[in-house]
Structure formats: C-alpha cells, structure tokens
Design a protein around this ligand. Structure first.
Ligand code: S3P
Length: 171
C-alpha cells in the first residue's frame, strides 16, 4: 500500500483549500485528482461531463487511482467528490474524510466571493435539491471508506489543517 494521505468529501467541503493549507504548514507535496484529469484532457471537468458524459469521467478517475496506487508515495492527494468510489481506494494511502453537514457546505459555497463560478464549474451541483440528495446518498458511503473523519464545519482552515497534520501526517 502506498503511504499517501487522501482527502475525500463532498463537493465544496473545502478539500482543495485544506490541502493548500496543509502544504503551507507542512511543506508536503500535494496533487489534486481533478487537476490531473483536466491536465490529461486539456479541458475543464465541466467540458468533460458535457462532451463525454459522467461514465467517461469516472473511468478516468479510476485510471488516476490506479496510477496513484502504483506510482505515487509520500504525497497529499485531494480528490473530486466522487473519487471515493474508485476500486482499491485504500491502496493509495490513508483515507481522510472531511465532513460537514449539507447546509454548512452550501453556505460555504454561497459565502465565497466567487460563488457563482464555484457552482457553475460543478456539473453535479447545478440543482440544490439534487445536490442535497446526492449528499444524503453518499454520506454513509464516505464514512465507510474513511480511516479517519475530520469535522470541518465552522472551523477555520488553519485549524483543520493543523489537526490533520497532527493526527495523520506527523503522528
Ligand atoms: C464530483 C465532484 C467534483 C468533480 C466532478 C464530480 C462529484 O469535484 O470531481 O464535478 O461526483 O462529487 P469537487 O468535489 O472538487 O467539487
């Protein structure tokens, strides 16, 4: 098993911001599965969903997961909200679930100065009631694959990053 630290969790929970803060505090190298896919495809996630459909995107996530498990070590990996479904997720490393309730997540997106852009780029967050249903559907599944659950609701990003470094990275 590779020794990476993998951040999973629902869209908008703050996986990217928390990863960047962990990098700032720890100096760890970090990559993001959506960024890898966008650079492999040279197009945005939204475009990939529009032009190829979700199934194609999920297959690409699986290819990235296989590569991570086989070839990447010592790295912080932030993921897209559906990446937790890949086969052999646990082979990539320690799975850290960032958890907050749906309303906290939605509020976090709406409070962002670039809220409209944040919503627009997420094909599965175009309709709030559909996004809430997806959240309800995934909540238990996230917890099932997680090695550790970190509650992020209402906590500053600096504090969450510190907690992950202490509990998972430099324990
Ligand atoms: C998805 C989440 C997105 C992105 C894609 C699908 C999902 O990433 O991978 O739109 O299935 O939850 P974020 O969690 O960074 O929004």
């Amino acid at each position: 098993m590779a020794d990476n630290v993998v951040l999973i969790g629902f869209m908008g929970v703050g996986k990217g911001s928390i990863a960047r803060e962990i990098v700032r505090q720890s100096g760890m190298i970090a990559i993001d599965t959506d960024d890898i896919i966008e650079s492999m495809e040279n197009r945005k996630i939204k475009k990939i969903f529009e032009e190829e459909g979700e199934a194609y995107f999920r297959k690409t996530e699986q290819r990235v997961a296989n590569w991570l498990a086989a070839s990447v070590t010592g790295t912080l990996v932030s993921t897209g909200g559906g990446f937790y479904k890949v086969k052999s997720l646990k082979k990539i490393g320690k799975i850290v679930l960032l958890h907050a309730d749906f309303d906290t997540i939605y509020r976090r997106i709406l409070d962002h100065p670039n809220a409209a852009k944040k919503l627009k780029k997420r094909p599965l967050f175009q309709d709030v009631s559909k996004a809430r249903a997806l959240y309800d559907e995934r909540e238990n599944a996230y917890k099932k694959v997680a090695d550790i659950v970190i509650d992020v609701g209402g906590k500053p990003v600096e504090k969450v990053a510190k907690e992950i470094i202490k509990k998972v990275i430099k324990k």
